[in-house]
Design a protein around this ligand. Structure first.
Ligand code: UDX
Ligand code: UDX
Ligand code: ADP
Length: 470
C-alpha cells in the first residue's frame, strides 16, 4: 500500500548508480537507499572520504545522506530482499566477442542482476527499474527471467528510467534535470517512481511513456548529441581548408532557435562511456530489425569521430616537420572532458596511441587522472594490435610515457604541447614561462579551442587549433 515505506536498492555503484542514489537519498530522507556492488574496493571508497569518482559537489551530497538513509554495501542478497524497489545500474559494455562483437551491448551483467533479484526476493511485490542504458526490448528479457525464476507468491513490475546526467555536472543535472523519463506498463509502479522524483522535480518535467519508447529515447538522445559534435567537427575540417572559423560558424548557426547554441563545440573528438557505445548499439539494433540504411546513417557519426581524432594526430606530425620520432610532446588533459576523472573512450587515448606509433615521447598531465589509469587505458587499446607498435606494448608504454604533476612541468623541454581536455586551469597558466621552457619552434595544438590564440602567438608559440587559422 502507499502507506508502506519505500526502500530502495541499487545494484551497481558506478558513475550512474552512485550519484543518482545519493541524490534520491538526499531528497527523500525517509526512504532507505542501499547501493550495492560486487567490487569491494569501490564500496569501501564510497564509504570513505575519497569517493571512487570525482564529481563537483558530490562529496557534500553523499556526506549529508550517508549513514542516515544512504548505505553502500557488498551484501547484494540482503539488500535485494529488503528493498521494494530495485534499480539495475550495472555496466553494459560493448560486446567484444561473438555475435555483434564491437557493436551489440553485453548484457551478461544485467541478466545476472535479474537472476539474483529473482533468487533473493522471497516475498511480495517488487518494482525493478532499468537505470543502465539498454537496447530496446531488454525489459522483455528482464521480465521473462524474473517471471521464470520467481519464487511462489513473488511478483515484479519492470520500469525503464534512463539517466541523462552528464559527467562533470552530475550533481547539477540530478538536482535540476531537464526531464525525468519513466517508461512502464503498470500504472501503480510508474506512479511509485514518479512520487520519488516528484519530491524535487516539477511534475510536468516527469515524462511517462511506454517501456520501449523510454528505452529507445535514451539511445536516441545520445545519438543526437553525438551527431551534433560530429557535425560541427566535420565542418571544422572544412573550415581549416577555407579560412572560415568554426567557432564563428557555430555561434552563427546556434542563434537559430531551431538549432540552438549548445553542444556545438568543435573538438579533438567526443569520448565518454556512452556516445560511441550507444550509437553502435543503435546501429546493431537497426541491422537486427532489417534497416541497413538507418544503421549506416548513424554509424557515420562514429566514423566522423574516428576521423577527427586521427586528423588531429596527423596534423601534429605534419606540422612538426613530418616527424615526431624521439620528440617530446606534452599532453595536457587525459580525461574525456573536464571536471571528471573518467577516461573511458577519451580522445586522448587514441591521440596518444597514434603519437606513440609515430615514436613520440609523451609527458602527460591531467589534474584528476593518475599514471596507472593512463597506462592501463593505453595498454588496453594497443594490446589488440601489438605488431603495429613493434611488439611489447607495456614496455613501449613504460619507456615512452611519463606523467608530470603540472601542466608546466609536462611542457618543460617539450617540442610541442597537445591540449586534449578543456580543464579550466589550462587557461590560467603562465604561458610566457611555458614558452621559455620549451624547444623552439614551440608548437601548441589546442584540441579544444580553449586558449586565447592571439596572445599565444604574440608570445611566440606556433598555435594550431580546430577549425580555424591562428
Ligand atoms: C529552409 C530554412 O528553414 C530557412 O532557414 C532557409 O532560409 C531556407 O530553407 P524552407 O525550405 O522554406 O526554409 O522551410 P522549412 O520550414 O525549413 O522546411 C523545409 C522542409 O523540411 C519542409 O518540407 C518541411 O516540411 C520539412 N520539415 C521541417 C520536416 O519534415 N520536419 C521538421 O521538423 C521540419
Ligand atoms: C553524455 C550525455 O550528455 C548524457 O546526457 C548521458 O546521460 C551520458 O552521455 P557525458 O558522456 O557524461 O554525457 O558527457 P557530455 O558532456 O555529453 O560529453 C561527451 C563528449 O562530447 C565529451 O568528450 C565532450 O568533450 C564532447 N563534446 C561535447 C564536444 O566535443 N563538443 C561539445 O559541444 C559537447
Ligand atoms: P556506469 O557508468 O553505467 O555507472 P560503471 O562501470 O561505472 O557504469 O558501474 C557499474 C558497476 O556495476 C561497477 O562498479 C560493477 O562492479 C557493478 N556490477 C556489475 N555487475 C554487478 C553485479 N552482478 N552485482 C553487483 N554489482 C555489479
Amino acid at each position: 500500500s502507499a502507506a508502506e515505506k519505500l526502500s530502495i536498492c541499487c545494484i551497481g555503484a558506478g558513475y550512474v548508480g552512485g550519484p543518482t542514489m545519493a541524490m534520491i537519498a538526499k531528497q527523500c530522507p525517509d526512504i532507505r537507499v542501499t547501493v550495492v556492488d560486487i567490487n569491494q574496493a569501490r564500496i569501501d571508497a564510497w564509504n570513505s572520504d575519497k569517493l571512487p569518482i570525482y564529481e563537483p559537489g558530490l562529496q557534500e551530497v553523499v556526506e549529508e545522506a550517508r549513514g542516515r538513509n544512504l548505505f553502500f554495501s557488498t551484501n547484494v542478497a540482503d539488500s535485494i530482499r529488503d528493498a521494494k524497489m530495485i534499480f539495475i545500474s550495472v555496466n553494459t559494455p560493448t560486446k567484444t566477442y561473438g555475435i555483434g562483437a564491437g557493436r551489440a551491448a553485453n548484457l551478461e551483467f544485467v541478466e545476472r542482476c535479474a537472476r539474483m533479484i529473482a533468487e533473493h526476493s522471497d516475498s511480495g511485490h517488487k518494482i525493478i527499474v532499468e537505470k543502465s542504458t539498454l537496447p530496446v526490448r531488454t525489459a522483455e528479457a528482464v521480465k521473462r527471467i524474473l517471471a521464470s525464476s520467481a519464487r511462489p507468491g513473488v511478483s515484479f513490475d519492470v520500469l525503464s528510467n534512463p539517466e541523462f546526467l552528464a559527467e562533470g555536472t552530475a550533481v547539477e543535472d540530478l538536482l535540476a534535470p531537464d526531464r525525468v523519463l519513466i517508461g512502464g506498463e503498470s500504472r501503480d509502479a510508474v506512479q511509485t517512481l514518479v512520487d520519488v522524483y516528484g519530491r524535487w522535480v516539477p511534475r510536468e518535467q516527469i515524462l511517462t511513456t511506454n517501456l520501449w519508447s523510454s528505452e529507445l529515447s535514451k539511445l536516441t538522445a545520445n545519438a543526437f548529441l553525438a551527431q551534433r559534435v560530429s557535425s560541427i567537427n566535420a565542418i571544422s575540417a572544412l573550415c581549416e581548408a577555407t579560412e572560415a572559423d568554426v567557432d564563428e560558424v557555430a555561434s552563427a548557426i546556434g542563434t537559430d532557435s531551431r538549432i540552438g547554441p549548445k553542444f556545438l563545440k568543435a573538438s579533438v573528438g567526443f569520448g565518454g562511456s556512452c556516445f560511441q557505445k550507444d550509437i553502435l548499439n543503435l546501429v546493431y539494433l537497426c541491422e537486427h530489425f532489417g534497416l541497413p540504411e538507418v544503421a549506416a546513417y548513424w554509424e557515420q557519426v562514429v566514423q566522423m569521430n574516428d576521423y577527427q581524432k586521427q586528423r588531429f594526430t596527423r596534423r601534429i606530425v605534419k606540422t612538426m616537420f613530418n616527424t615526431v620520432s624521439n620528440k617530446r610532446i606534452a599532453v595536457w588533459g587525459f580525461a574525456f572532458k573536464k571536471d571528471t576523472n573518467d577516461t573511458r573512450e577519451s580522445a586522448a587515448i587514441y591521440v596518444c596511441r597514434d603519437l606513440l606509433e609515430e615514436r613520440a615521447k609523451l609527458t602527460i598531465y591531467d589534474p584528476k587522472v593518475g599514471i596507472e589509469q593512463i597506462k592501463s587505458e593505453l595498454a588496453y587499446v594497443m594490446q589488440n594490435d601489438p605488431a603495429r607498435y613493434g611488439g611489447d606494448v607495456e614496455k613501449l608504454i613504460d619507456e615512452n610515457v611519463t606523467v608530470a604533476d603540472s601542466a608546466l612541468a609536462a611542457a618543460e623541454g617539450a617540442h610541442g604541447v597537445a591540449l586534449l581536455t578543456e580543464w579550466d586551469e589550462f587557461k590560467q597558466l603562465d604561458f610566457q614561462k611555458v614558452y621559455q621552457s620549451m624547444q623552439k619552434p614551440a608548437f601548441l595544438f589546442d584540441g579544444r579551442n580553449l586558449l586565447h590564440h592571439r596572445n599565444l602567438t604574440e608570445i611566440g608559440f606556433e598555435v594550431h587549433a580546430i577549425g580555424k587559422l591562428c
